[in-house]
Design a protein around this ligand. Structure first.
Ligand code: CA
Length: 232
């Protein structure tokens, strides 16, 4: 099946440029200049990736991202003209998987898009170790093991599912609702509130000081994120 990319960008030249680059990679491209139409296209077209400009004429890109997150897990790569670090963090909090500041090279954007798509595919089939925070946390999916500070930690299926979900994109904020959806495959039943108690238990197992957690961080009003970056 061909990969579908949705481009939501109001600058016609940039939109057309991205279309031609993605089409060269044999991807199907849906595109629009409007945020609200972007949301509609995401519902209808089930894209594998969304390229989303933050500065749109009708609906701000931030709102588009939040709306998308109410019905889809699709990876989002945000484009913005604002270069400051706080904008970058805000973008990731809104559920973006990556972020590029204009002007950028279309070639680099396509490479990043491909990396995101690969990551998405890998979550179901990867069988290697992922290391975070200079080896502080190692996740071995094939053996279903979490190793913290060199020691294997005994986790319940729900705790394992939570950690795996959060480590998909370090630094990205996952809402409680999203976490429930992501770990459903691990026989998780419950409400958003119960995510908190599982996180609490998980912290007691993996944090040096569960009172001031460094691995699983709470984001007020947002959810949780992995506080360690992925090692190369
Ligand atoms: Ca714009």
């Amino acid at each position: 099946m061909r990969t579908t990319v949705l481009v939501v960008e109001d600058e016609p030249k940039l939109r057309d440029l991205l279309r031609s680059y993605f089409e060269r990679e044999s991807m199907v491209v849906l595109s629009t200049a409007s945020g609200s139409e972007g949301i509609a296209l995401a519902r209808r077209g089930q894209p594998d990736l969304v390229i989303l400009d933050l500065g749109l004429p009708d609906v701000p890109g931030e709102d588009v991202a939040q709306e998308l997150r109410t019905f889809t897990d699709v990876p989002i790569l945000m484009l913005t003209a604002k270069a400051s670090e706080s904008d970058r963090i805000r973008g990731l909090e809104l559920g973006a998987d990556d972020y590029m500041t204009k002007p950028f090279s279309p070639r680099e954007l396509v490479l990043r898009a491909q990396a995101i798509l690969r990551r998405g595919r890998d979550t179901t089939s990867r069988n290697e170790c992922s290391s975070f925070g200079q080896g502080r946390l190692v996740i071995d999916e094939s053996r279903r093991e979490a190793i913290v500070d060199g020691e294997v930690v005994d986790l319940t299926p729900t705790e394992w599912g939570l950690l795996l979900a959060l480590s998909t994109t370090p630094g990205r904020v996952y809402s409680r609702f999203e976490l429930i959806n992501r770990i459903r495959g691990y026989e998780f039943e419950g409400y958003e509130r119960t995510v908190d108690s599982h996180v609490k238990n998980l912290r007691h197992k993996i944090e040096r000081d569960p009172g001031s957690p460094r691995i699983i961080e709470t984001v007020l009003g947002g959810g949780y994120r992995l506080g360690l970056s992925r090692d190369d």
